[in-house]
Design a protein around this ligand. Structure first.
Ligand code: R5P
Length: 300
């Protein structure tokens, strides 16, 4: 029987996954010592049981050390297999060295995780210049695609949608979502000039103006990409777009960036927050069950 262990903030997802897969739920106790160091204790019977640590990895730096302590502790308590369920996987966008001396954070982060876990399960990792997780992660990686959940939301909420991806990378999501939603799609070209500056090139939108644009992307962070895309749609005579993203990483001040430019934003619950109204729990649970059937998964 697999034991789900939620790091702080992941309790709801872990409880849902345990219920959907027939696993059990343990508890992770954490606190800070007066000197700022981390205290961690696992409350679970793990001898002979698979441990599934649940920890989404937005704002990853403060989460990483407790997560690594939790993995080591699970092994010490006798768990024969320790895996990570990280609905959002961090550092995937730092996948190239642009200037000498820069960290290759995607690979360095992957090395830290791979050394401590027997496998990871994640939702739509940002695969851009690196095309597969297995070329970064030495441990087995299972990808869950949120497209069916996003497409369902679009089908239920938007009449005559036109799915729009704001850049070439987003085509991998836009195409799948559009197909599942039964809608046409197009993608813009994007050149990133800085953390908060992008330049878009827009294809001909002639004949599409009657449709309701739905901007889809894997990540919204500063909001720069979606704001520029919404602006480009307005200039092309389209109405304000809905935005549907997998991972909403915005800090509060970045939320204002889209005010007045869009008809609202929804995201999945890979990063819980005000916009996370699309649940991917069943998709993750399905992937965990499939792993079980292959014999490489938890004993559900
Ligand atoms: C990058 O290519 C991603 O797919 C997103 O478009 C990007 O990360 C969004 O970042 P921001 O909101 O800061 O423009």
């Amino acid at each position: 029987m697999a034991v789900f262990l939620p790091l702080p903030g992941n309790e709801a997802l872990a409880a849902s996954l345990a219920s959907l897969t027939g696993g059990t739920l343990g508890r992770v106790e954490t606190r800070r010592f007066p000197d700022g160091e981390s205290y961690l204790r696992l409350h679970a019977e793990l001898s002979g049981q698979e441990a599934l640590l649940v920890c989404t990895l937005d704002r990853p730096d403060a989460k990483l050390l407790p997560l690594l302590f939790a993995a080591a502790t699970a092994r010490r308590l006798g768990s024969p297999r320790v895996r990570l369920v990280a609905p959002y996987l961090a550092y995937m966008r730092q996948d190239a060295i642009f200037h000498p001396g820069e960290a290759l954070a995607s690979a360095d982060f992957a090395a830290l995780i791979s050394a401590r876990f027997d496998g990871i399960v994640t939702v739509d990792p940002h695969l851009h210049r690196v095309h597969s997780l297995s070329s970064l992660y030495a441990c087995p990686a299972t990808l869950v695609h949120a497209a069916p959940a996003l497409a369902r939301w679009i089908r239920e909420n938007v009449r005559d949608p036109l799915v729009v991806g704001p850049d070439a990378e987003s085509e991998q999501w836009a195409a799948g979502i559009a197909e599942a939603a039964g809608a046409p799609y197009l993608v813009f070209g994007k050149e990133r000039l800085g953390d908060r500056q992008v330049q878009l090139s827009v294809p001909d939108l002639y004949g599409r103006q009657e449709r309701e644009p739905v901007l889809v992307d894997d990540i919204v962070s500063s909001g720069t990409t979606l704001a520029a895309a919404a602006d480009a749609l307005r200039e092309a005579g389209m109405r304000s777009p809905r935005c549907v993203v997998v991972h909403d990483l915005r800090r509060p001040q970045a939320r204002q960036k889209l005010d007045g430019l869009t008809a609202g934003l929804v995201s999945t619950n890979t990063v819980p927050g005000a916009t996370s109204r699309i649940t991917v729990d069943a998709l993750i649970a399905g992937a965990l069950r499939s792993l079980g059937e292959e014999g490489s998964g938890p004993g559900f």
